[in-house]
Write a protein that binds this ligand. Sequence first.
Ligand code: BEZ
Length: 211
Amino acid sequence: MSLQLGDVVPDFEAPTTQGTIRFHEWIGDGWAILFSHPKDFTPVCTTELAEVARLKSEFAARNTKVIGLSVDPVESHIEWEKDIEETQGQAVNFPMIGDPEAKVANLFGMIHPNASNTFTVRSVFIIDPAKKLRLSITYPASTGRNFREILRVLDSLQLTDLYMVSTPVNWNQGDEVVIATSLSDEEATERFPKGFRKLKPYLRLTPQPDR
Ligand code: BEZ
């Protein structure tokens, strides 16, 4: 059975471009993003890795570390990083796991044999400080990911962990949020002093509580 939301993610030891890590220990007390790419020295992956590096401070602002993976060895990642810096004008500033035997890839279900027997798909996992899986998405090899969407989901997860709200379609920081249906109107009035708009008993919108 593949990993499901809420599961504690597997722990493992693996070599990375920044030394050997034990995954749970590396995550520490914060959040983590583990993402895979199909292969080193490929064009879409080259653009993705540079973008993740550019966004490193955005991830750090959300107490989140990032780590990449492909089924290539660390030596190959290190060679490829030179090309990434040369062509994208951005050095890779986060660790990349070398996984030539696909041990980690198989633990996380990153190889989808009907897509490719050998390459990892483009997986993204958001892992919370309790080491639980909070988001899992899979993109095909031919489609580069939008890592700003990953930041948006992190914002939503971190906000909804703190307040009894959820985030509606296309939500972004500063937009209205949805009040949990488990709260009565009286409780909502108490919890959300800025007030709320009641469109239906189950659809009540309030300004973002931490703004
Ligand atoms: C790429 O990163 O460009 C790529 C990798 C594997 C298959 C297709 C595209």
